[in-house]
Design a protein around this ligand. Structure first.
Ligand code: C2O
Ligand code: CU
Length: 387
Protein backbone atom coordinates (compact mmCIF):
# COMPACT_ATOMS: atom_id res chain seq x y z
CA UNK A 1 0.00 0.00 0.00
CA UNK A 2 1.35 3.39 -0.82
CA UNK A 3 0.00 6.89 -0.57
CA UNK A 4 -1.03 8.31 -3.94
CA UNK A 5 -3.48 10.84 -5.36
CA UNK A 6 -6.18 8.89 -7.15
CA UNK A 7 -9.53 9.16 -8.94
CA UNK A 8 -12.13 7.20 -6.93
CA UNK A 9 -9.30 5.72 -4.88
CA UNK A 10 -7.95 3.71 -7.83
CA UNK A 11 -4.50 3.77 -9.45
CA UNK A 12 -4.85 4.31 -12.35
CA UNK A 13 -8.35 5.79 -12.18
CA UNK A 14 -11.34 3.67 -13.25
CA UNK A 15 -11.40 2.71 -16.95
CA UNK A 16 -14.37 4.50 -18.47
CA UNK A 17 -16.08 2.85 -21.45
CA UNK A 18 -18.70 4.51 -23.59
CA UNK A 19 -20.20 3.98 -27.02
CA UNK A 20 -20.35 6.52 -29.77
CA UNK A 21 -23.79 8.15 -29.62
CA UNK A 22 -24.06 8.02 -25.84
CA UNK A 23 -23.65 10.86 -23.33
CA UNK A 24 -21.06 11.02 -20.59
CA UNK A 25 -22.03 12.56 -17.26
CA UNK A 26 -19.20 12.78 -14.77
CA UNK A 27 -18.72 14.74 -11.58
CA UNK A 28 -15.29 15.82 -10.46
CA UNK A 29 -15.06 16.51 -6.73
CA UNK A 30 -11.78 18.07 -5.68
CA UNK A 31 -10.42 16.29 -2.61
CA UNK A 32 -6.91 17.72 -3.06
CA UNK A 33 -5.52 20.68 -1.18
CA UNK A 34 -4.85 22.52 -4.45
CA UNK A 35 -6.94 23.42 -7.48
CA UNK A 36 -7.60 20.85 -10.22
CA UNK A 37 -9.64 20.21 -13.35
CA UNK A 38 -9.87 17.06 -15.48
CA UNK A 39 -9.10 17.01 -19.20
CA UNK A 40 -10.31 14.16 -21.44
CA UNK A 41 -7.22 13.79 -23.62
CA UNK A 42 -8.30 12.70 -27.10
CA UNK A 43 -11.99 13.29 -26.52
CA UNK A 44 -13.53 15.82 -28.88
CA UNK A 45 -15.75 17.89 -26.58
CA UNK A 46 -16.84 21.51 -26.28
CA UNK A 47 -14.51 23.76 -24.33
CA UNK A 48 -16.61 23.84 -21.15
CA UNK A 49 -16.13 20.08 -20.95
CA UNK A 50 -12.49 20.06 -22.09
CA UNK A 51 -10.86 20.75 -18.73
CA UNK A 52 -9.21 24.05 -19.63
CA UNK A 53 -7.14 25.42 -16.70
CA UNK A 54 -9.45 28.45 -16.60
CA UNK A 55 -12.14 26.13 -15.25
CA UNK A 56 -10.04 24.70 -12.42
CA UNK A 57 -11.99 24.19 -9.19
CA UNK A 58 -10.76 24.90 -5.69
CA UNK A 59 -10.39 22.26 -2.93
CA UNK A 60 -13.84 20.97 -2.02
CA UNK A 61 -15.34 22.21 -5.29
CA UNK A 62 -17.26 20.20 -7.91
CA UNK A 63 -17.25 20.35 -11.71
CA UNK A 64 -19.99 18.58 -13.62
CA UNK A 65 -19.16 17.30 -17.07
CA UNK A 66 -21.82 16.43 -19.58
CA UNK A 67 -20.89 15.71 -23.17
CA UNK A 68 -22.05 13.69 -26.14
CA UNK A 69 -19.66 11.07 -27.45
CA UNK A 70 -19.37 11.52 -31.17
CA UNK A 71 -16.02 10.29 -32.43
CA UNK A 72 -14.24 7.20 -33.70
CA UNK A 73 -13.58 4.28 -31.37
CA UNK A 74 -10.31 4.90 -29.56
CA UNK A 75 -8.61 4.68 -26.21
CA UNK A 76 -8.24 8.13 -24.69
CA UNK A 77 -6.83 9.32 -21.42
CA UNK A 78 -8.12 11.54 -18.63
CA UNK A 79 -5.84 13.47 -16.34
CA UNK A 80 -5.67 16.81 -14.49
CA UNK A 81 -4.93 20.03 -16.36
CA UNK A 82 -4.64 22.91 -13.84
CA UNK A 83 -2.23 25.72 -14.67
CA UNK A 84 1.32 24.84 -13.52
CA UNK A 85 0.22 21.85 -11.39
CA UNK A 86 -0.43 19.17 -14.01
CA UNK A 87 2.95 17.44 -13.66
CA UNK A 88 2.61 16.93 -9.94
CA UNK A 89 -0.99 15.73 -10.07
CA UNK A 90 -0.35 13.20 -12.87
CA UNK A 91 2.87 11.92 -11.27
CA UNK A 92 1.05 11.45 -7.96
CA UNK A 93 -1.42 9.12 -9.67
CA UNK A 94 -4.30 11.06 -11.20
CA UNK A 95 -4.92 9.53 -14.64
CA UNK A 96 -7.04 6.85 -16.29
CA UNK A 97 -8.21 5.40 -19.59
CA UNK A 98 -11.39 6.43 -21.42
CA UNK A 99 -12.35 3.89 -24.08
CA UNK A 100 -14.80 4.79 -26.84
CA UNK A 101 -16.39 1.94 -28.81
CA UNK A 102 -18.28 2.17 -32.10
CA UNK A 103 -20.01 -0.14 -34.58
CA UNK A 104 -17.13 -0.10 -37.11
CA UNK A 105 -14.81 -1.51 -34.50
CA UNK A 106 -17.50 -3.85 -33.16
CA UNK A 107 -17.96 -5.45 -36.61
CA UNK A 108 -14.30 -6.51 -36.79
CA UNK A 109 -14.58 -9.12 -34.07
CA UNK A 110 -11.35 -8.03 -32.40
CA UNK A 111 -10.35 -9.78 -29.18
CA UNK A 112 -12.70 -8.66 -26.40
CA UNK A 113 -13.64 -9.41 -22.82
CA UNK A 114 -10.64 -10.88 -21.00
CA UNK A 115 -8.76 -10.81 -24.31
CA UNK A 116 -8.84 -7.00 -24.50
CA UNK A 117 -6.53 -5.47 -21.90
CA UNK A 118 -5.81 -1.77 -21.33
CA UNK A 119 -2.20 -1.21 -20.24
CA UNK A 120 -1.51 2.17 -18.66
CA UNK A 121 2.28 2.25 -18.40
CA UNK A 122 4.24 4.93 -16.56
CA UNK A 123 7.35 5.48 -14.52
CA UNK A 124 7.16 6.48 -10.86
CA UNK A 125 9.31 7.41 -7.91
CA UNK A 126 8.71 6.32 -4.31
CA UNK A 127 10.08 7.24 -0.91
CA UNK A 128 11.38 4.57 1.47
CA UNK A 129 7.83 3.95 2.77
CA UNK A 130 6.62 3.46 -0.85
CA UNK A 131 4.69 6.71 -0.98
CA UNK A 132 4.59 8.23 -4.44
CA UNK A 133 7.12 11.07 -4.84
CA UNK A 134 7.24 13.92 -7.29
CA UNK A 135 10.42 15.89 -7.94
CA UNK A 136 10.07 18.21 -10.91
CA UNK A 137 13.08 18.73 -13.18
CA UNK A 138 13.05 21.21 -16.01
CA UNK A 139 14.11 18.45 -18.41
CA UNK A 140 11.07 16.39 -17.34
CA UNK A 141 10.28 14.20 -14.33
CA UNK A 142 11.81 10.74 -14.62
CA UNK A 143 10.78 7.97 -12.26
CA UNK A 144 13.04 5.00 -11.56
CA UNK A 145 10.34 2.34 -11.40
CA UNK A 146 7.87 1.17 -14.05
CA UNK A 147 4.21 0.68 -13.12
CA UNK A 148 1.72 -1.14 -15.35
CA UNK A 149 -1.87 -0.41 -14.37
CA UNK A 150 -0.50 0.77 -11.03
CA UNK A 151 1.29 -2.54 -10.35
CA UNK A 152 4.98 -3.24 -9.72
CA UNK A 153 6.59 -6.20 -11.53
CA UNK A 154 3.31 -7.38 -13.03
CA UNK A 155 2.63 -10.80 -14.50
CA UNK A 156 -0.34 -11.67 -16.65
CA UNK A 157 -1.53 -15.24 -17.15
CA UNK A 158 -2.67 -15.61 -20.74
CA UNK A 159 -4.42 -18.28 -22.78
CA UNK A 160 -3.10 -19.60 -26.09
CA UNK A 161 -5.16 -16.93 -27.81
CA UNK A 162 -4.98 -13.67 -29.68
CA UNK A 163 -5.03 -10.64 -27.34
CA UNK A 164 -5.64 -6.96 -27.84
CA UNK A 165 -3.56 -4.62 -25.67
CA UNK A 166 -4.54 -0.95 -25.51
CA UNK A 167 -1.33 0.75 -24.43
CA UNK A 168 -1.07 4.28 -23.08
CA UNK A 169 2.17 5.96 -22.09
CA UNK A 170 1.03 7.73 -18.93
CA UNK A 171 4.47 9.04 -17.90
CA UNK A 172 5.16 12.70 -17.28
CA UNK A 173 8.09 12.75 -19.67
CA UNK A 174 9.53 9.30 -20.32
CA UNK A 175 9.43 7.87 -23.84
CA UNK A 176 9.14 4.13 -24.36
CA UNK A 177 10.48 1.82 -27.06
CA UNK A 178 8.13 -1.15 -26.69
CA UNK A 179 9.18 -4.56 -27.88
CA UNK A 180 8.60 -8.24 -27.08
CA UNK A 181 11.40 -10.18 -25.42
CA UNK A 182 11.19 -12.98 -28.01
CA UNK A 183 11.58 -10.50 -30.93
CA UNK A 184 8.26 -11.56 -32.40
CA UNK A 185 6.29 -8.68 -33.94
CA UNK A 186 3.17 -7.09 -32.53
CA UNK A 187 0.34 -6.41 -34.94
CA UNK A 188 -0.28 -2.67 -34.77
CA UNK A 189 -3.96 -1.90 -35.37
CA UNK A 190 -4.51 1.55 -33.93
CA UNK A 191 -3.19 4.63 -32.20
CA UNK A 192 -4.42 7.88 -30.59
CA UNK A 193 -7.35 8.42 -32.94
CA UNK A 194 -8.49 4.80 -33.17
CA UNK A 195 -8.05 2.08 -35.74
CA UNK A 196 -5.61 2.46 -38.63
CA UNK A 197 -6.72 1.67 -42.18
CA UNK A 198 -4.77 -1.58 -42.20
CA UNK A 199 -2.94 -3.64 -39.62
CA UNK A 200 0.85 -3.77 -39.78
CA UNK A 201 3.40 -5.98 -38.02
CA UNK A 202 6.05 -4.04 -36.08
CA UNK A 203 8.80 -5.31 -33.80
CA UNK A 204 9.20 -1.99 -31.97
CA UNK A 205 6.91 0.94 -31.17
CA UNK A 206 8.24 4.23 -29.81
CA UNK A 207 5.65 6.11 -27.82
CA UNK A 208 5.89 9.46 -26.09
CA UNK A 209 3.83 10.33 -23.06
CA UNK A 210 0.24 10.92 -24.11
CA UNK A 211 0.45 8.63 -27.17
CA UNK A 212 -1.58 5.41 -27.40
CA UNK A 213 -1.11 2.25 -29.46
CA UNK A 214 -3.47 -0.64 -30.03
CA UNK A 215 -1.55 -3.91 -30.40
CA UNK A 216 -2.48 -7.52 -31.04
CA UNK A 217 -0.22 -10.19 -29.57
CA UNK A 218 -0.68 -13.77 -30.68
CA UNK A 219 0.10 -16.38 -28.02
CA UNK A 220 -1.44 -19.26 -29.99
CA UNK A 221 1.86 -20.83 -31.02
CA UNK A 222 3.31 -20.70 -27.52
CA UNK A 223 3.52 -23.69 -25.18
CA UNK A 224 1.70 -23.67 -21.87
CA UNK A 225 4.26 -22.77 -19.21
CA UNK A 226 6.34 -20.56 -21.47
CA UNK A 227 6.50 -16.81 -21.05
CA UNK A 228 7.39 -13.64 -22.91
CA UNK A 229 8.27 -10.15 -21.70
CA UNK A 230 6.94 -6.79 -22.79
CA UNK A 231 10.08 -4.68 -22.61
CA UNK A 232 11.24 -1.08 -22.97
CA UNK A 233 14.27 -0.81 -25.23
CA UNK A 234 15.05 2.73 -24.06
CA UNK A 235 15.32 2.15 -20.29
CA UNK A 236 16.01 -1.58 -20.48
CA UNK A 237 13.05 -2.19 -18.14
CA UNK A 238 10.77 -5.19 -18.28
CA UNK A 239 7.21 -3.89 -18.05
CA UNK A 240 5.18 -7.05 -17.93
CA UNK A 241 5.61 -10.80 -18.10
CA UNK A 242 3.02 -12.78 -20.03
CA UNK A 243 2.83 -16.36 -18.78
CA UNK A 244 1.01 -18.82 -21.02
CA UNK A 245 -1.20 -20.62 -18.52
CA UNK A 246 -4.00 -22.33 -20.38
CA UNK A 247 -4.61 -24.00 -23.73
CA UNK A 248 -7.70 -22.87 -25.58
CA UNK A 249 -8.81 -23.19 -29.18
CA UNK A 250 -8.91 -19.66 -30.59
CA UNK A 251 -9.66 -19.59 -34.30
CA UNK A 252 -9.98 -15.83 -34.68
CA UNK A 253 -8.14 -14.16 -37.53
CA UNK A 254 -6.23 -10.90 -37.60
CA UNK A 255 -8.15 -8.49 -39.84
CA UNK A 256 -6.02 -6.65 -42.39
CA UNK A 257 -8.49 -3.94 -43.37
CA UNK A 258 -9.65 -2.07 -40.27
CA UNK A 259 -11.24 1.31 -40.89
CA UNK A 260 -11.66 4.15 -43.33
CA UNK A 261 -9.56 7.26 -42.83
CA UNK A 262 -10.81 10.27 -44.74
CA UNK A 263 -7.72 12.20 -45.77
CA UNK A 264 -7.46 15.90 -44.97
CA UNK A 265 -6.03 17.86 -47.91
CA UNK A 266 -5.63 21.32 -49.46
CA UNK A 267 -4.88 23.38 -46.35
CA UNK A 268 -6.04 26.98 -46.66
CA UNK A 269 -3.22 28.36 -44.49
CA UNK A 270 -0.07 27.38 -42.64
CA UNK A 271 0.87 28.15 -39.05
CA UNK A 272 4.35 27.73 -37.62
CA UNK A 273 4.92 26.76 -34.00
CA UNK A 274 8.43 26.76 -32.64
CA UNK A 275 8.93 24.89 -29.35
CA UNK A 276 11.61 27.03 -27.78
CA UNK A 277 13.77 26.09 -24.82
CA UNK A 278 11.74 24.35 -22.14
CA UNK A 279 8.95 26.84 -21.58
CA UNK A 280 7.97 28.72 -24.74
CA UNK A 281 6.04 28.39 -27.96
CA UNK A 282 6.94 31.02 -30.59
CA UNK A 283 8.94 32.86 -27.92
CA UNK A 284 6.08 33.16 -25.43
CA UNK A 285 5.37 31.52 -22.12
CA UNK A 286 1.80 30.49 -21.41
CA UNK A 287 -0.56 33.10 -20.03
CA UNK A 288 -3.92 31.68 -19.00
CA UNK A 289 -5.63 34.96 -19.97
CA UNK A 290 -4.00 35.51 -23.36
CA UNK A 291 -5.44 34.05 -26.59
CA UNK A 292 -2.51 33.53 -28.93
CA UNK A 293 -4.36 32.91 -32.19
CA UNK A 294 -7.75 32.28 -33.73
CA UNK A 295 -8.61 29.37 -35.99
CA UNK A 296 -11.60 29.54 -38.33
CA UNK A 297 -14.05 26.68 -37.77
CA UNK A 298 -14.13 23.97 -40.43
CA UNK A 299 -11.05 25.00 -42.43
CA UNK A 300 -8.17 22.61 -42.98
CA UNK A 301 -4.84 24.09 -41.91
CA UNK A 302 -1.26 22.92 -42.05
CA UNK A 303 0.47 23.24 -38.68
CA UNK A 304 4.25 23.03 -38.70
CA UNK A 305 5.86 22.12 -35.38
CA UNK A 306 9.57 22.66 -35.05
CA UNK A 307 12.23 22.72 -32.37
CA UNK A 308 15.88 23.61 -32.17
CA UNK A 309 16.47 21.68 -28.97
CA UNK A 310 15.56 20.63 -25.43
CA UNK A 311 13.39 17.91 -26.97
CA UNK A 312 11.70 15.51 -26.78
CA UNK A 313 8.61 17.68 -27.02
CA UNK A 314 5.49 15.55 -27.55
CA UNK A 315 3.13 18.07 -29.17
CA UNK A 316 -0.55 17.75 -28.22
CA UNK A 317 -3.61 19.60 -29.48
CA UNK A 318 -7.05 19.81 -27.87
CA UNK A 319 -10.31 20.06 -29.81
CA UNK A 320 -9.41 18.08 -32.95
CA UNK A 321 -7.28 15.18 -34.13
CA UNK A 322 -4.72 15.71 -36.88
CA UNK A 323 -3.02 13.73 -39.64
CA UNK A 324 0.78 13.70 -39.67
CA UNK A 325 2.20 14.54 -43.10
CA UNK A 326 5.96 14.63 -42.75
CA UNK A 327 8.96 14.77 -40.46
CA UNK A 328 12.19 16.41 -41.58
CA UNK A 329 15.45 16.85 -39.66
CA UNK A 330 16.22 14.56 -36.73
CA UNK A 331 14.79 11.10 -37.39
CA UNK A 332 13.62 12.29 -40.82
CA UNK A 333 10.79 9.79 -41.27
CA UNK A 334 7.28 8.86 -40.18
CA UNK A 335 6.49 5.61 -38.42
CA UNK A 336 3.55 3.19 -38.87
CA UNK A 337 2.02 4.30 -35.54
CA UNK A 338 1.89 7.87 -36.81
CA UNK A 339 -0.61 7.06 -39.60
CA UNK A 340 -4.31 7.76 -39.32
CA UNK A 341 -5.59 10.17 -36.70
CA UNK A 342 -3.34 11.48 -33.93
CA UNK A 343 -3.61 14.00 -31.13
CA UNK A 344 0.00 13.83 -29.92
CA UNK A 345 3.14 13.68 -32.06
CA UNK A 346 6.74 13.40 -30.95
CA UNK A 347 9.18 16.16 -31.84
CA UNK A 348 12.83 15.26 -31.23
CA UNK A 349 15.73 17.72 -31.44
CA UNK A 350 15.96 19.61 -34.75
CA UNK A 351 12.82 17.98 -36.11
CA UNK A 352 10.04 19.65 -38.05
CA UNK A 353 6.73 17.81 -38.18
CA UNK A 354 3.87 18.92 -40.40
CA UNK A 355 0.27 17.95 -39.68
CA UNK A 356 -3.08 18.72 -41.25
CA UNK A 357 -5.83 19.69 -38.85
CA UNK A 358 -9.42 20.86 -39.14
CA UNK A 359 -11.55 22.00 -36.19
CA UNK A 360 -14.99 20.96 -37.36
CA UNK A 361 -16.65 19.86 -34.12
CA UNK A 362 -16.81 22.88 -31.78
CA UNK A 363 -15.92 26.53 -31.60
CA UNK A 364 -14.28 27.75 -28.41
CA UNK A 365 -11.13 27.88 -26.34
CA UNK A 366 -8.57 25.08 -26.75
CA UNK A 367 -4.91 24.35 -26.04
CA UNK A 368 -1.74 23.45 -27.89
CA UNK A 369 1.12 22.31 -25.69
CA UNK A 370 4.15 20.19 -25.08
CA UNK A 371 3.01 17.05 -23.25
CA UNK A 372 6.24 16.74 -21.32
CA UNK A 373 4.31 17.86 -18.27
CA UNK A 374 7.14 19.85 -16.73
CA UNK A 375 7.48 21.85 -19.97
CA UNK A 376 3.72 22.36 -20.02
CA UNK A 377 3.76 23.57 -16.40
CA UNK A 378 6.67 25.94 -17.12
CA UNK A 379 4.70 27.53 -19.94
CA UNK A 380 5.18 25.57 -23.19
CA UNK A 381 1.47 25.91 -23.90
CA UNK A 382 -0.73 28.22 -25.93
CA UNK A 383 -4.42 29.18 -25.86
CA UNK A 384 -6.28 29.44 -29.15
CA UNK A 385 -9.84 30.11 -30.05
CA UNK A 386 -11.78 28.28 -32.76
CA UNK A 387 -14.10 30.93 -34.22
CU1 C2O B 1 -3.08 15.10 -22.10
CU2 C2O B 1 -3.59 19.13 -22.65
O1 C2O B 1 -3.33 17.11 -22.31
CU1 CU C 1 8.69 20.10 -24.31
Amino acid sequence: MSSVWAYNGLLPGPTIRASRGSTAQLNLVNGLSQETITHWHGMIVDHLNDGHPRYAIQPGGTYSYNFAINQRAAMNWYHPHPDMLTGEQVAMGLAGAFIVNDSVEGALGLPSGVYEVPLVIRDAKFDTAWNMLYKPRSGGFLGDTPLVNGTLNPKLDVDTALYRFRVLNGSNSRIFGLTLGNNEPFTLIGNDGGLLETSVPVTRVDMANGERVDLLIDFRQMAVGSSVLLRDLRSGWDFLQFVVARKVNDTSTIPTSLSTITRLSNPVRTRNFSFDGMSKINGKEYDINRIDFQVPFGETELWRFTTAGNAPHPVHVHGASFQVQSRSGGRGQLYPWERGWKDTVLLEDRETVEVLICFDAFKGLYLLHCHKLEHEDMGMMSNFQVV
